[in-house]
Design a protein around this ligand. Structure first.
Ligand SMILES: Nc1ncnc2c1ncn2[C@@H]1O[C@H](COP(=O)(O)OP(=O)(O)O)[C@@H](O)[C@H]1O
Ligand SMILES: [Mg+2]
Length: 228
């Protein structure tokens, strides 16, 4: 088990959603149903256990092949969050990462600081809410991450949050990479994925509304790119 500095030493019970002291509540929206809002000595956090999606989930839902400590999913995500935070990019502060090794496989979990009073871009689109300023800011935010060399592993509308001050945040960095320099092709692939997600979660809304969301995001992205 690995702890972040400046925190009380992480305890095994922090990672157990059944610990009564955590008062864990499942996160309702998006995701794979293995994230909880928790409260502990570290403050308000989100506990997430790593789970597979896709075809591999049939083999095992939560076991990964052991390849050394630095390859552990939760450790990699913790380090990536630290690096992004150090670059003053809007990511939640990582709190602690854990893993449980069992021979050739392991399970893993992470705790990150909760962004208070946040809602997802997905929830806005599902409800048809108007947030042009927020969408523009989200586009600009993504451009900043791309300029820093980030390749997000799952850029979708559930992984963009807005806080109470309407400031956008990026979350969920499993399978993400921080490259030494930006890459236009990778960035474009990231954005196309987000646009597909916008159309999917906003499927009940009018095409003009959805196009406006996409155009506004693109505008924010482009303007930020020109400023950089
Ligand atoms: N730091 C955070 N603050 C507030 N809400 C969060 C935070 N991290 C995650 N969430 C909420 O939990 C959901 C699932 O978390 P996420 O990290 O995306 O995991 P996954 O998609 O793998 O389940 C998000 O879509 C968001 O609604
Ligand atoms: Mg997610």
């Amino acid at each position: 088990m690995l702890g972040a500095a400046a925190m009380p030493q992480p305890q095994a019970w922090w990672f157990d959603s059944a610990s009564t002291a955590l008062a864990a509540r499942p996160v309702q929206s998006g995701g794979r149903g293995s994230a909880w809002f928790v409260h502990g000595p570290f403050g308000d956090g989100v506990l997430r256990h790593y789970r597979r999606g896709g075809a591999m989930a049939r083999l095992s839902q939560d076991r990964y092949l052991w390849g050394g400590e630095e390859r552990v999913r939760s450790v990699a995500e913790l380090h990536l969050l630290e690096a992004l935070h150090a670059r003053e990019l809007p990511v939640p502060v990582p709190i602690a990462a854990a893993w449980w090794r069992d021979g050739a496989t392991y399970r893993a979990a992470i705790i990150i600081a909760r962004i208070p009073d946040a809602h997802t871009l997905a929830s806005e689109l599902a409800a048809g809410i108007d947030n042009e300023g927020g969408w523009r800011d989200a586009g600009a935010m993504i451009a900043r991450f791309h300029a820093a060399g980030l390749e997000h592993g799952d850029l979708n509308a559930h992984n963009i949050l807005f806080d109470a001050a309407a400031k956008p945040w990026l979350i969920d960095f499993d399978k993400s990479h921080l490259h030494s320099k930006p890459d236009h092709r990778r960035a474009k692939a990231n954005l196309s994925r987000l646009e597909r997600s916008i159309l999917k979660v906003g499927a009940g809304q009018s095409p003009t509304y959805l196009q406006r969301v996409i155009d506004t995001l693109r505008l924010g992205y482009r303007v930020q790119g020109e400023l950089a």
